[in-house]
Design a protein around this ligand. Structure first.
Ligand code: APR
Ligand code: MG
Length: 327
């Protein structure tokens, strides 16, 4: 590890980042997170991600899902639901994005991606939600809101994007948009320039990172890969693995060294993405939310291993241990 810009995340650093919990607080004190996740094949991602946000102390978590996906596995009752219109069964499209844009202003944090799928319509949903289309289709035009009893739509200005975690299929769609742009959209400059600078936390595992970079193999050291990506993309990058590297556009790097096979199971990434969104909702800066989220996820993983062992553990086992990790 090189220089003073790289630090190892330890308990003291994590503790210093925990948001205060004043006795006279109410749920509004701890912010609202909006999660859009899940699809026909990945209903559990929506449950895990939204519960992850709730389990790190967000005041309210709303899960936005396609109407056909309202009933999901292991949903905690505390997560509220926002049903979205579907382009086809279980697939979100343009209309869902407009619905999201209409409610986005109520939330301090957004998580988009876990288990979302990569259908053509879902790609359009993602582009529209994040304002990645050509300028002609973006801010000036805004989004449609259906007016009562009429198909005629009013047009409203886009709201500012809340602090946003992009994970899993959100990252895969982003990679698609970068490396296989629609011809009509290819002429409008880098996709990265269309995202609000420094407001997004990207959480790729090495496979997703390869897709984003458009390379077969990541040759360099993970610290360099994450640092370069954060600088070029002007966003916070969380490159996940047994060792996880968090980098910001200014060149700061934080490393979580927490090899633990109890975490090497499907769905743990969804819990992490939710946890980071839950911390963003509470007002942590993106680099700090990513740092604390990664540390708490890792610490909860240690509690899982201590209690249950390291074989046959489930991503959902992390959820009740996040508050213990915080304590
Ligand atoms: N030690 C410590 N942490 C680990 C370990 C390990 N040995 N293995 C995994 N983790 C952590 C990672 O750091 C990360 O936080 O578990 C999480 C795994 O996240 P993802 O790789 O995103 O996996 P997840 O999304 O839960 O699983 C489904 O499988 O094939 C992929 O792309 C597919 O995203 C999909 C994923
Ligand atoms: Mg994942």
């Amino acid at each position: 590890l090189e220089g003073i810009m790289t630090e190892l995340i330890d308990g003291d650093l994590a503790r210093s980042l925990l948001p205060p919990r004043p006795p006279d607080s109410h749920k509004g004190t701890f912010g609202k997170a909006l999660v859009v996740a899940g699809s026909v094949h990945y209903p559990g991602a929506a449950s895990l991600a939204s519960a992850g946000a709730a389990r790190v102390g967000a005041g309210l978590v709303t899960l936005a899902v396609g109407r056909s996906q309202l009933v999901g596995p292991g949903r905690i009752p505390e997560v509220t639901l926002h049903p979205l219109p579907e382009a086809e069964w279980g697939v979100l499209g343009d209309a869902a994005a407009d619905e999201m844009l209409a409610i986005l202003g109520d939330y301090q944090a957004l998580l988009v991606g876990p288990g979302l799928g990569r259908e053509k319509a879902t790609r359009a949903f993602f582009e529209r939600l994040l304002g990645l289309q050509s300028p002609r289709h973006r801010g000036q035009i805004g989004f449609r809101i259906a007016t009562a009893g009429s198909e005629k739509a009013a047009v409203k200005q886009r709201p500012e994007l809340p602090f946003t975690v992009i994970d899993a299929d959100g990252l895969n769609i982003l990679a698609d948009l970068i490396h296989h742009p629609e011809p009509s959209n290819a002429a409008f400059g880098a996709v990265w320039d269309r995202l609000p600078m420094g407001r997004c936390v990207l959480t790729p595992h090495p496979g997703e990172m390869r897709r984003l970079l458009g390379v077969e193999q990541i040759a360099e050291h993970p610290v360099d890969v994450a640092k370069d990506a954060a600088a070029r993309w002007k966003q916070i990058v969380v490159l996940k693995g047994a060792t996880t590297v968090i980098a910001d556009p200014e060149g700061r790097v934080r490393v979580n060294d927490g090899g633990n096979p109890a975490l090497a199971t499907a769905g743990t990434g969804d819990v992490l993405a939710g946890a980071i969104a839950g911390l963003l909702a509470q007002g942590l800066k993106p680099f700090d939310a990513a740092t604390l989220g990664v540390y708490l996820h890792s610490a909860a993983g240690r509690l899982v291993r201590d209690e249950l062992g390291d074989m046959g553990t489930l991503a959902g086992d992390l959820l009740p241990r996040l508050p213990l990790a915080i304590r």
